[in-house]
Every structure is written in structure tokens, then in C-alpha cells.
Design a protein around this ligand. Structure first.
Ligand SMILES: [Zn+2]
Length: 359
């Protein structure tokens, strides 16, 4: 099996909200049992903070810390399976059979405009943060429309300070969800090459969450990496239209869990059953296009497992990564290129960020 490093996974919310023990087999996309079958050696577990938490002072911090608590519980419960990695030597020092886990935050509103809070998260071991989620911040514009007054075109002065401080703290800047100007501003002031952890290629599917070929070239120029997602809506426009139509049905709307995390999980089961299998080929197309534009040292995988409802056929959960690798081999990629995409590009860019830390 080719070792896998998945640069973006939202499974922590299942641990926190549903009490799932990710150390074993669970109802969901990513857990350590499925990861073992899929050949996972590294994972970014992300504390995703819904934009609605930004509406109440203190709520984003509480949610982020609670998700990080869930991660700590997971590390404590399964020391023989999973180890937190937060320094440049971490992956090299990882014993065989253990999965290295890098903690991430999705949504810069988690810091509530406070560089001290960023330092607090770094102290808890967080080493990756997306500058924005889909909501806009007073210091950074997201990729979505509808930015109101007070939202800068790209990064504000505070936004630049956040990016610089992240560099000093050894944190990798993640530009998925960032607006285009935010993306270029961050490339300019980041201390180490950024990642776009879970975005597709605009050239193949026009979606605000995807990045243009110009952005891919700029990312490559800076030494950065793009993680191709399994989020079907980003990968094919026709399939996205079919999903939108299904999500608009009473059947889909009737699928509700006890909270948003359970609802997402159950909606995923429903859409997976209701629609025809999503062809894996679309994931392959985005990988191949990114390779063509950026070259083999700048492409990785960022599944977005447990943050999406519909998944590609064969990649329904973390046991399926090797199916993608086989498909890439089938397209003529050699073993060394597959290994880079699967693992070492993500490891390299994280290690560069860790190494930039001021000690
Ligand atoms: Zn995301």
C-alpha cells in the first residue's frame, strides 16, 4: 500500500458532538479502523468552526477548544494508534504502525481577532489554520459572495499580522476557502509555502471554492501544495446540479439528526443511496490537471471526509484511498509520483511550516 497523508478531515466533530470513538470502527467517513485499511500514515484532523459561531462573542473560541479537547481525548485513548505531530522531526520519529496527526483549525474566526488566541491554539498543538471558512472576517475575505461593509478586499493589516504570526508559531497557512485577493496577499506575506488543503481546479469545474490555473501557478512558484478534495460539488458541474436538485426534495429535507453533525452524516447516507455513484474519474481528472499545471511536487489529497455528504464511488470513506492510487497508476503515473501525491508533498509542506517556527 502507498502511505497516505490526508490534508483535511473534519472527523473531530463526530467525536465531540456524537461521542464517536474515532479509535475504532464508527458510523462515518474517517476513523482509525478505516484509516488502517486505507493505508493512512498521516492525517490533518481539523477543528471546523461553523461560521454561525462568529455571531456570538466567545462562541468560536469555546467551540474550537472543545474540538481540540476531543482530539486530546482521542490521543490519550489510543496512544498505540495515533500520535500528535507538531514539530519538524515528528514524522521521522513516528514508530511504524502509528498514524501521525496534525491538528488544524478551519475558520480564522476561531481566534476572534486576537493574536493571543492564535498563540493559545499553537500552544495546544495546532499547526494548520485556514484563514477563513465560507464566512468573511474583518481581516480576511472568503471565496464567497456577499462580503458586507468592513470586509477588506483581501487581507487587512491584522490579516497580514495573523499570517506573519502563524509563521513565527510554526503554523501552516491554509488558503482553502480564501477569496482570490486574500490568497495572493497571503502568498506574499507567508513565512513558509502555504497549502490549499481541499479545493479543486476551476478550469474543470467553476466553483468559488476552486482555484484558477493562475492561482495554481502562483502557489507552485511559492513552493505550495494543493490538496484535491473528494467533495463532489467542487469536482463536476453536472453532478453538482443533480445534487442540488436532490437536496431540494422533501426526502432529503426530512433527513434530520439530533444536531447538525448527525444531520450531515445521515444526509450523506441518504444522498449516497439516492443518486447514481459519483465517478471516481472526476477526482482523477482534478489530480491530473493540478499535476499538469503545478507539477508532481505540489499536489496532495485533502478529502474533507466527515465534512461532506456525497462521496465518490470507491472513496466513500477512509478505507478507499488506495482505490484512488490504483486509478492514478492506471493513468500512467509512476510509483514515485503517486507517493508524492499520497504522502510526501503534504509532509514536506507541513515540515517546512514547523521548521519556520521561532523557538
Ligand atoms: Zn472546508
Amino acid at each position: 500500500m502507498i502511505p497516505i497523508f490526508d490534508a483535511h478531515c473534519d472527523a473531530l466533530q463526530r467525536a465531540l458532538d456524537l461521542g464517536h470513538d474515532l479509535g475504532g470502527e464508527t458510523h462515518g467517513h474517517f476513523d482509525l479502523a478505516k484509516a488502517a485499511r486505507g493505508g493512512v500514515r498521516g492525517i490533518c484532523l481539523t477543528a471546523w468552526v461553523d461560521g454561525t459561531y462568529a455571531d456570538e462573542v466567545g462562541a468560536s473560541k469555546r467551540r474550537t477548544n472543545a474540538l481540540l479537547d476531543a482530539a486530546d481525548d482521542l490521543f490519550a485513548a489510543h496512544p498505540g494508534k495515533l500520535r500528535r505531530v507538531d514539530d519538524p522531526a515528528g514524522f521521522d520519529a513516528l514508530p511504524a504502525g502509528l498514524i501521525g496527526c496534525v491538528l488544524a483549525i478551519e475558520g480564522g474566526h476561531a481566534i476572534e481577532d486576537d493574536l493571543g488566541q492564535l498563540e493559545h491554539y499553537a500552544g495546544r498543538g495546532v499547526r494548520v489554520m485556514t484563514l477563513t471558512w465560507n464566512n468573511h472576517l474583518s481581516w480576511a475575505r472568503s471565496c464567497r459572495d456577499g462580503a458586507g461593509a468592513g470586509v477588506p478586499e483581501g487581507l487587512s493589516g491584522l490579516g497580514r499580522d495573523v499570517v506573519k504570526r502563524m509563521g513565527e508559531l510554526g503554523m501552516l497557512v491554509d488558503l482553502s476557502h480564501a477569496g482570490e485577493r486574500t490568497f495572493y496577499d497571503a502568498l506574499e506575506c507567508a513565512a513558509s509555502p502555504p497549502i490549499v488543503s481541499h479545493s479543486g481546479c476551476s478550469a474543470l469545474a467553476d466553483h468559488p471554492r476552486n482555484v484558477t490555473d493562475d492561482q495554481l501557478r502562483a502557489l507552485k512558484e511559492k513552493g505550495g501544495v494543493i490538496g484535491i478534495p473528494f467533495a463532489t460539488a467542487f469536482l463536476d458541474e453536472d453532478e453538482r446540479a443533480a445534487e442540488r436538485a436532490y437536496r431540494d426534495t422533501d426526502e432529503y429535507r426530512a433527513v434530520k439528526g439530533g444536531d447538525p453533525t448527525e444531520s450531515l452524516l445521515l444526509q450523506g447516507d441518504a444522498i449516497q443511496t439516492a443518486l447514481a455513484p459519483f465517478p471516481l474519474e472526476h477526482v482523477v481528472r482534478h489530480v491530473m490537471h493540478a499535476l499538469e499545471v503545478c507539477g508532481p511536487e505540489h499536489v496532495a489529497i485533502g478529502s474533507d471526509f466527515d465534512g461532506i455528504d456525497r462521496r465518490p464511488a470507491g472513496l466513500e470513506d477512509a478505507s478507499g484511498y488506495q482505490v484512488l492510487m490504483e486509478a492514478l497508476r492506471g493513468r500512467g503515473l509512476d510509483g514515485a509520483t503517486c507517493e508524492r501525491i499520497a504522502f510526501s508533498n503534504a509532509q514536506r509542506i507541513l515540515s517546512e511550516a514547523f521548521g519556520a517556527r521561532i523557538r
